[in-house]
Design a protein around this ligand. Structure first.
Ligand SMILES: *Cc1c(COP(=O)(O)O)cnc(C)c1O
Length: 611
């Protein structure tokens, strides 16, 4: 069985059965069967599958872990969690999250006016709301309205000017009023590629001087009783637990100091997000050094110790984990359209009566390659190919010779790959496999569906949906269908070598799954080349089988033109007029063309099939 590191990143969400990757719940359907059932209704191109049971699983694990940590240490503060909307605002996700979060009192976090208004509409009654990020008077006003509607809302202040605005607005608005939180600036910071959101130079948070001033301003305005929470966020995907521990100690001391200054309603410490998930398919490059239960235990234990040392009440704990809750629920499935060297078959070889010496040698290599010489022959064939190209530039061999060399080299690479397999993971072989890689053209846009790979080199687990009982032999690089050369996931022989199967996609379908794409990717996705959010489907699974509960087709070409503020009626009129005016076709041909044009404009822009 070839499981592509599933035991590392899979969290028991999926299992491999009969060579297929299956969802590990209820009837355990194979993902490929879900995909085929959706495609049988005519949907083509990439598919984003949402699994709501995995949202529920993450939420319940968070509450369970903190509950058990609290019990273990006899912690008296409460535990609360909110989901930060910025991580995924799509209704197909958010509505399921709110539904599954209800019994836990799971709340929502907003970072902008638009998010705040969404939160006010969808948040479970009584569940907490926190608001972070820069705010103007209007946004603060919306926060007051949320409190007046009955929401349990805390506005976290990022700077003193926001506090001054709150004080001014509080005089004008009604009761009840929102709670006020202060974002603190820690000198300890996070780790990993997102670390800049913590630390003394971070974009957010009040310095010690500003904190003192804030408490004084609140006192003067008679609003100190509304101040209930301090907040920090040391960055996303915290790879090590150590910086968080340092941050907790610092925050615990600030908490005690502020209470000493008279902030008696300050009862909560909000740790922000940052809880990491495991993206890696290889043990050597694991992306975090702690588990959820370690995280919960450390947080509870440290805050308890701090409170005891400082002789203060144990604070209520708030967390704002986004990535941890949302990443696993979504799987992107994209069909492979073509293997670059698929056309290099023996039949295409047109050898001459008298061939250049190097071609004869390549031919010999192909017929005598075997396990004991495979690495050497692979080397030789790549060298020969390079020499042939030089000879071509100098005019010594012709295009037919060059084509023969291409075909022979690819046949040797394929044969060697089959012989060598992926077992011998030595550096030299991997290096060779990088040169001998196969390019897979995949029907998706990297910019739309995996923007963090493009922007941050974040790896996501990738694997084929079936053939997992067959050894994959080809070192693979993936090409998306944008015309941008950055739209590639290259074969990474050092960190993340991906091996796929040698398939003839003209005869049989081959699908790749991209996992853990539920956090950040969807809304950060770009419309580069005017590719849109893929067709999405929500999949509910029970003991009987699976149900596609919500299917939303990818936007049409006209929709995306409209998003860019084109006048789509004008576009259609121009196209139609130009077709009408064409003198090159007959009336009945013209009618057909107009019909075709209408269909193309109203369909999405992903590819259907190549041939
Ligand atoms: C982005 C953000 C989060 C979520 O971080 P994750 O790493 O996704 O858990 C939480 N709180 C704040 C203030 C944020 O800006």
């Amino acid at each position: 069985m070839y499981d592509y590191g599933l035991n590392l990143w899979g969290n028991n969400n999926f299992i491999v059965e009969n060579g297929k990757i299956c969802v590990n719940t209820g009837s355990k359907p194979a993902i490929i069967d879900i995909v085929k059932s959706i495609r049988s209704e005519g949907y083509r191109g990439p598919l984003l599958l949402r699994f709501p049971h995995l949202i529920h699983k993450q939420i319940s694990q968070i509450y369970k872990s903190f509950e058990s940590a609290k019990n273990e240490f006899g912690y008296k503060g409460s535990f609360n969690a909110v989901y930060p909307l910025k991580v995924n605002q799509y209704p197909g996700f958010v509505k399921n999250l709110v539904r599954h979060g209800q019994k836990y009192g799971y709340g929502l976090e907003a970072g902008s006016k638009a998010e705040l208004l969404l939160v006010m509409a969808y948040n479970n009654e009584g569940a907490p709301i926190t608001v972070n990020g820069f705010k103007d008077k209007e946004m603060i006003n919306i926060g007051f309205i949320a409190a007046e509607m009955g929401h349990n809302i805390t506005l976290t202040i990022e700077g003193l000017n926001e506090l001054e605005a709150i004080i001014a607005i509080a005089k004008e608005r009604f009761t009840p009023k929102p709670n006020i939180g202060l974002r603190i600036r820690l000198h300890s910071s996070g780790s990993g590629i997102w670390a800049k959101s913590g630390g003394i130079n971070s974009k957010f948070g009040l310095t010690a001087t500003e904190l003192i001033e804030a408490v004084n301003l609140l006192k003067e305005a008679n609003l100190l009783d509304r101040f209930n929470m301090i907040h920090f966020h040391i960055g996303s995907q915290i790879t090590e637990i150590h910086p968080l521990k340092k941050a907790l100690i610092e925050a615990g001391n600030i908490y005690a100091e502020l209470r000493k200054m008279g902030a008696k309603n300050l009862k909560a410490i909000n740790l922000g997000g940052g809880l990491a998930i495991e993206y890696s398919q290889f043990k050597e490059n694991s992306s975090r050094n702690y588990t959820l239960s370690e995280y919960a235990n450390d947080v509870v234990y440290l805050l308890k110790t701090m409170a005891t040392q400082r002789n203060e009440v144990e604070p209520d704990i708030f967390i704002e984990s986004g990535r941890f809750v949302s990443a696993s629920h979504a799987v992107l499935v994209a069909p492979v359209l073509e293997l670059f060297s698929q056309d290099y078959t023996e039949e295409k070889l047109v050898l001459k009566k008298k061939n250049p010496q190097l071609i004869t040698e390549l031919n010999d290599l192909l017929s005598t390659i075997k396990p004991s010489n495979a690495i050497e022959y692979l080397h030789d064939s790549i060298d020969h190919m390079e020499s042939i190209l030089t000879l071509f530039d100098l005019g010594y061999v012709d295009l037919q010779d060059r084509s023969n060399a291409e075909i022979l080299t690819h046949l040797i690479i394929k044969k060697a790959a089959k012989i060598l397999g992926t077992k011998q993971h030595n550096a030299e072989l991997l290096k060779l496999q990088e040169e001998a890689q196969e390019r897979y053209l995949v029907n998706f846009s990297l910019f739309q569906s995996l923007p963090d790979f493009w922007g941050l080199k974040q790896n996501f687990p990738i694997m084929p949906l079936d053939r997992l009982d067959v050894r994959p032999t080809r070192s693979a690089s993936l090409w998306d269908i944008t015309c941008d050369s950055d739209g590639e996931i290259g074969f990474d022989d050092e960190e993340n070598p991906l091996f796929l199967h040698d398939v003839d996609v003209e005869k049989e379908e081959y699908f790749l799954g991209f996992f853990l794409v539920g956090a950040y990717q969807e809304v950060l996705g770009m419309k580069h080349n005017l590719f849109t959010h893929p067709t999405e489907a929500t999949i509910e699974i029970d003991a009987e089988g699976f149900k596609v509960s919500h299917l939303l087709e990818s936007q049409s070409i006209l929709d995306i033109m409209e998003d860019l503020d084109y006048d789509i009626y004008e576009i259609q009129d121009i196209l139609n007029e130009r077709i009408e005016k064409s003198k090159l076709v007959t009336d009945s041909q013209r009618k057909q063309i107009l019909g075709e044009m209408y269909l193309f404009l109203n369909d999405n822009g992903y590819l259907k099939t190549i041939s």
